[in-house]
Design a protein around this ligand. Structure first.
Ligand SMILES: CC(C)(COP(=O)(O)OP(=O)(O)OC[C@H]1O[C@@H](n2cnc3c(N)ncnc32)[C@H](O)[C@@H]1OP(=O)(O)O)[C@@H](O)C(=O)NCCC(=O)NCCS
Length: 215
């Protein structure tokens, strides 16, 4: 029940305002997966498309995604329109729990139900939120869904060898290098390797147990 904040002493009023605001931020939201720092939800064309289109065109971000073609709003719209028909792909938007800001997206692509495999793709597009543990929380939460709900066995990822941050957060989530596509991607006049990473459920489970116990 909401308390009448105006009738409270100032210190108590601030406290109440904070919790009432926090509760209303959470109660209005669509939540599909909940981590420690982020929630992950189905994408919403109306609210997400402009941010996604801006992020994937941004040179500071697309250099890590091997993107070299401009993506127009019309192309982005088509991508959104095709989402419901993309079988074997589960793409989710990422929001901070604290203030409900849309900060990125993460997906399981190419789900193979027979072999129990998938490939992850990730983007914390809101640069202010990079390097602050949001990607790791989203990835651990998505892996929990992949392994413990969908019953997958192995999740893979491909990372450019100069993407230190992505290699680091993947390692924290249990991914290990399985091989390389040597000098595979041209960036800024030089060829770079694609590092092929993968994490197996049995190697991830102890990390998940530890992760849940951390603050
Ligand atoms: C890769 C990405 C998803 C990671 O999410 P994030 O929220 O930024 O990552 P986190 O903060 O959870 O973890 C990053 C880790 O890398 C470390 N790190 C940051 N910059 C680094 C760098 N240049 N080199 C090595 N490690 C780095 C951080 O210190 C942190 O490790 P720590 O927790 O041990 O300190 C995000 O940065 C991103 O979207 N980048 C742009 C697009 C991209 O690269 N997508 C992935 C393509 S494979």
């Amino acid at each position: 029940m909401n308390r009448d904040i105006e009738k409270l002493p100032q210190s108590e009023a601030v406290f109440c305002w904070f919790f009432q605001r926090k509760r209303s931020v959470m109660s209005d939201r669509v939540i599909f997966l909940k981590g420690k720092k982020v929630i992950m939800r189905p994408m919403n064309q109306e609210t997400d498309m402009a941010d996604f289109q801006r992020w994937i065109n941004d040179p500071e971000i697309r250099r890590f995604l091997t993107g070299c073609m401009p993506i127009s709003m019309q192309q982005e719209e088509k991508w959104f329109d095709a989402l419901p028909d993309r079988h074997g792909h589960i793409a989710l938007a990422i929001e901070t729990i604290e203030d409900g800001v849309l900060i990125g997206n993460m997906a399981l692509h190419n789900i193979n139900w027979i072999s129990g495999t998938a490939v992850t793709g990730a983007l914390i597009g809101n640069i202010e939120y990079q390097g602050r543990g949001y990607g790791t929380d989203a990835k651990m939460t998505l892996l929990n869904y992949a392994f413990n709900t969908l019953g997958l066995r192995k999740v893979c990822s491909e990372v450019l060898d100069f993407n230190g941050r992505s290699l680091r957060y993947a390692a924290k989530c249990g991914y290990k290098e399985e091989g390389r596509l040597v000098q595979h991607n041209l960036f800024n006049g030089k060829y770079y390797d694609n590092v092929l990473l993968a994490v197996f459920r049995e190697d991830w489970l102890p990390l998940w147990e530890k992760y849940q116990l951390q603050d």
